[in-house]
Design a protein around this ligand. Structure first.
Ligand code: SAM
Length: 210
C-alpha cells in the first residue's frame, strides 16, 4: 500500500471519527438527528456517530450509504451497540441505490463537504424522499464573512487532499433552497474552540414540497 492509500484508508477515517465527535458537534447532532422519523436514510453514514441520537420509537427503518469501508465498519459497530437492524451499504450519494420516494427522512451531516458532485447528490436526496418528507442537514461550509472566506479559499487546496476530499468553501443552505425544499428551523454559527475557517456550521430541516 502506498503512502497516499495508507493515509486515506487508515489515517483519515480515524481523524474524521475523532474530529466529528467533539462535544460541541455532538451537541448540534443531538438537536437535529432525533427529529428523524419513519423510514430513515443517512447519507455518509460512516463513523456511525449519529446513530446514538435516533429515537427507535420514531424510526421504523434505517438505511445508510458511505464509500469508506473503514468508516462503514464503525457504523456497523454503532448499529450493533444500538441493537437495531440497519441496512448499511457501500456507495456514493451521486447514485443512491434506492427507489424514488422511498424515505420519510433523509439525514446528511458533515458529508456534502466531501462528495464529488454536490448538485447531483442534492438531486438524489430529493428523489428518494417521499413528498412532504424531510431532509435534516448539518454541515460546515463557506463562511458569510469575506475575511474568513478568503482564508478558506487559501487553505482549501492543501486541506482537500489531506482530509479525504473535505472542502471548506461549499455553500450549505443555498443548494437546499435551489433544489426546491421548503426550509424550516434553519440555524448557523461558528463553533467555539475551532479556527473560524473550519468552524462555520449551518443546519436545518427542509421539507420536500408535495
Ligand atoms: C467528515 S465525514 C462525516 C461522517 C458522518 N456523516 C458524520 O456526520 O460524522 C464525511 C463522510 O462522507 C463520506 N463520503 C465521501 N464522499 C462521499 C460520497 N460521494 N457519497 C457519500 N458519502 C461520501 C465519507 O466516507 C465520510 O464518511
Amino acid at each position: 500500500m502506498g503512502l497516499k492509500a495508507f493515509w486515506d484508508e487508515k489515517v483519515v477515517p480515524r481523524i474524521i471519527k475523532c474530529a466529528c465527535a467533539s462535544p460541541a458537534i455532538m451537541e448540534l447532532r443531538a438537536g437535529i438527528v432525533p427529529q428523524a422519523q419513519g423510514r430513515v436514510f443517512e447519507l455518509g453514514c460512516g463513523g456511525g456517530l449519529n446513530q446514538q441520537f435516533y429515537d427507535p420509537a420514531r424510526v421504523t427503518g434505517f438505511a445508510g450509504l458511505d464509500p469508506s469501508d473503514k468508516l462503514l465498519d464503525y457504523a456497523r459497530e454503532a448499529a450493533a451497540r444500538k441493537g437495531w437492524q440497519a441496512d448499511l451499504r457501500a456507495g456514493v450519494g451521486e447514485d443512491i441505490p434506492f427507489p424514488d420516494e422511498s424515505f420519510d427522512t433523509v439525514v446528511c451531516t458533515y458529508t456534502l463537504c466531501s462528495v464529488n458532485d454536490p448538485a447531483q447528490v442534492m438531486r438524489e436526496l430529493h428523489r428518494i424522499l417521499k413528498p412532504k418528507g424531510t431532509l435534516l442537514f448539518l454541515e460546515h461550509g463557506l463562511s458569510p464573512d469575506a475575511g474568513v472566506a478568503k482564508w478558506q479559499r487559501r487553505i482549501e487546496p492543501v486541506w482537500v487532499p489531506l482530509m479525504g476530499g473535505c472542502h471548506l468553501t461549499r455553500p450549505v443552505t443555498a443548494p437546499v433552497l435551489q433544489q426546491g425544499f421548503q426550509l424550516e428551523a434553519p440555524g448557523h454559527r461558528y463553533m467555539p474552540g475551532m479556527p473560524k475557517w473550519a468552524a462555520w456550521m449551518e443546519w436545518g430541516s427542509a421539507v420536500k414540497r408535495a
